[in-house]
Design a protein around this ligand. Structure first.
Ligand code: ATP
Ligand code: MG
Length: 653
């Protein structure tokens, strides 16, 4: 180990930096330019996509509470689908745009060229048009991770319809509430969604959801598995059959830069999901630029983001960013542990993946199953690794670095949100010294500020701690909440006037690197000491017998708040009282006596959103012995884990 690695600093290798799009020097000059004159900077970088009519106005934004308004490239026109497909036809018609890897490894993978992507997207767009879907109409997508999901998103963009993707794992109720919230004209679904060897009955779920929706809504069904489903005459449409009969080309519609591209509901980790609205021009510029630069994507690379398209990560880094860049993007239908815990690495080997982007939760669960699964595969094609979704605890970072990256691949820890459209804080692999657990530095145009949580005072010193806000707009920023601009302003601009509030707490170290400490809602106050949940969780997970941990506060007579930890043990480890004591002592030495958990509950599973995030608000209710009112649990991946946690809760007072 080098001295720097021993100190927890991993500078880019000189080889990597030499070939990277951005090295340290360029980052410094470009970043300075991007914040000194954002309009001039983005006027230049807006040109990375194709415009039908060029923009003359670049930036027009206000973060003033009461008058929040965000516009980028507002007089420009474009079509996002044309940018992701048509403009590559001259150079890349026969290049693979999408590699599709099915759930069942025995089934053949598919390689879809840009020419095929154009044809299939066009056919689907023509079917949508034939059923009355046009510019500005909303279309809900409730699909497995299949190429048709990409065609559907791009087909909507092509004809100016606004898509809203709903995770295929969500219940009929959550689907219905989203269809109704955005008043969709059509739903695109499939018969079944195979995942991990099981099948979810999407069509049956959609039937149930549509009971609670307008009877005018059309239901377009992809017969994916071919299993029998019910069929409602005059409402249900056999999408693949109609695509086969449709015209193979569909002209694209000229859209304003500020016309909505999609609505996406947030994960719901902190409350009722919010219908985040992204528009066409700024979003695409930002998604494509972050994809190219953060992942250092070069022609010929195979990019794999393991997220579901129902999450913003899937929007920006499976579909829009990569395809706008003419990349080859991999789409995986399955799960990391099917048919076994080596699946991710088998897919990397099989398709010679260059960049691999996943979530800390996936890394931790695979870490719990042992490194042998990784070591079996040839991962020499990998050039870069990435993470997203929550702070990555150093333990998991080190495992990822050692076993997947073989100690030589840069790791980018990307902090961003549904609301931000693309990366906000991230190392650039050829430019930034990585530090396990830190999202390091801002991307171009992003102006982070650390404010004191209670006084809102700007923390001007480099080393600081507080809440993370952003001082000015960037092109990928959300524009509003669907139909509720009021809630938009309340949720993001009311707490710290003049700033976009991320909802996250952070620490900035003496090098100016940012460390996300968790959601501000989750901060625990123990005897007057404020503590981020991430810190205590990270300490727990650093123990060799712990696979996952979630920490919340609960009312405590003496301390104000006590620390309640939910701990999932590694495979095969017995939960015992002595282990509980061992963990208490461990946290005590790792962080300090103040952080010692008051209660530890063994948790066979944790309540997570489908994007893998722990729903701490539910854990907080259980810890507070207030489990009668758990709030909206519709976005949980597996609601049954909650019953076990309630039954075995530690605080019954
Ligand atoms: P809701 O807003 O409905 O509660 P959510 O915040 O979980 O849902 P997302 O937009 O998917 O929905 O998640 C964004 C959040 O994820 C960030 O605000 C942050 O808390 C966390 N996050 C994402 N990436 C990172 C990262 N690299 N490091 C630390 N935290 C991260
Ligand atoms: Mg959020």
């Amino acid at each position: 180990m080098s001295d720097q690695a021993a100190a927890g600093i991993y500078p880019p290798s000189s080889d990597f930096a030499a070939n990277a799009h951005v090295n340290a020097e360029l980052y410094a000059t470009m970043y300075a330019a991007s914040v000194a004159d954002p309009a001039a900077f983005w006027a230049e970088h807006g040109k990375r996509i194709d415009w039908i009519r060029d923009y003359t106005k670049v930036k027009n934004s206000s973060f003033d509470y009461g008058n929040v308004s965000i516009k980028w490239f507002e007089d420009g026109t474009l079509n996002v689908s044309a940018n992701c497909i048509d403009r590559h036809m001259v150079q890349r018609a026969n290049q693979t745009a999408i590699i599709w890897e099915p759930d069942d490894p025995a089934k053949p993978a598919r390689h879809i060229t840009y020419a095929e992507l154009l044809e299939q997207t066009s056919r689907m767009a023509n079917v949508l048009k034939a059923h009355g879907v046009g510019k500005g109409d909303r279309v809900v997508l409730y699909l497995p991770m299949i190429p048709e999901a990409a065609y559907a998103m791009l087909a909507c963009a092509r004809i100016g319809a606004i898509h809203s993707v709903v995770f295929a794992g969500f219940s009929p109720d959550s689907l219905a509430s989203r269809i109704n919230d955005c008043q969709a004209k059509a739903v695109i679904t499939a018969d079944f969604a195979p995942r991990g060897g099981k099948k979810t009955a999407l069509k049956a779920n959609t039937d149930k959801a549509l009971f609670d929706c307008s009877d005018k809504i059309k239901c377009l069904v992809v017969k994916h598995t071919g299993d029998q489903t019910s069929w409602v005459q005059d409402r249900d449409i056999d999408l693949l059959a109609e695509m086969a009969a449709a015209k193979p080309y569909c002209p694209y519609v000229e859209m304003g830069a500020e016309d909505p591209l999609f609505i996406l509901y947030t994960s719901g980790s902190t409350g009722r999901p919010k219908g985040v609205v992204h528009t066409s021009g700024g979003y695409l510029v930002y998604a494509s630029m972050t994809h190219q630069i953060t992942f250092d994507y070069h022609d010929g690379d195979v990019f794999w983001c393991t997220a579901d398209v129902g999450w913003v990560t899937g929007h920006s880094y499976i579909i829009y960013g990569p395809l706008a860049n003419g990349a080859t993007t991999l789409m995986f239908e399955g799960v990391p542990t099917y048919p076994d815990a080596g699946r991710f690495w088998a897919v990397c080997e099989k398709h010679k993946v260059s960049q691999f982007y996943t979530a800390p939760t996936a890394i931790r669960s695979l870490m719990g199953l042992g490194a042998d699964w990784v070591e079996r595969y040839d991962l020499s094609s990998l050039k870069l690794l990435g993470t997203v979704g929550e702070p990555i605890n150093p333990e998991a970072w080190n495992w990822y670095n050692t076993h997947v990256g073989k100690g030589t691949r840069p790791i980018v820890d990307t902090f961003w949100q549904t609301e931000t459209g693309g990366h906000m804080l991230t190392p650039l692999p050829g430019a930034t010294d990585a530090k396990p657990g830190s999202a390091t530095k801002p991307f171009f145009g992003v102006q982070p500020v650390v404010l004191d949580a209670s006084t809102a005072a700007i923390q001007a010193e480099t080393a600081a701690e507080g809440v993370l806000c952003i001082a000015d707009s960037w092109p990928g920023q959300m524009r509003t909440l669907w139909g509720d601009h009021e809630r938009f302003q309340e949720a993001y601009f009311s707490q710290y006037k003049g700033y976009y509030f991320t909802g996250d707490g952070c620490r900035r170290d003496a090098d100016g690197d940012y460390w996300i400490t968790g959601r501000v809602d989750d901060v625990i106050n123990v005897s007057g000491h404020r503590m981020g949940t991430a810190e205590v969780e990270s300490a727990l997970v650093a123990h060799e017998k712990v696979a996952e941990a979630a920490v919340v506060g609960y009312p405590h007579e003496i301390k104000g708040q006590g620390i309640y930890a939910y701990v999932t043990l590694m495979n095969g480890i017995e939960p015992t009282d002595s282990l509980r004591k061992e963990l208490e002592a461990w946290v005590r030495t790792e962080i300090g006596p103040i952080a010692k958990p008051d209660l530890i509950q063994w948790a066979p599973g944790l309540p997570k959103t489908r994007s893998g995030k722990i729903m701490r608000r539910i854990l907080r209710k259980i810890a507070e012995n207030d489990h009668g009112s758990l709030g909206d649990t519709s976005t949980l991946a597996d609601p049954s884990v909650v019953d076990d946690l309630v039954a075995n809760r530690m605080n019954r007072g």
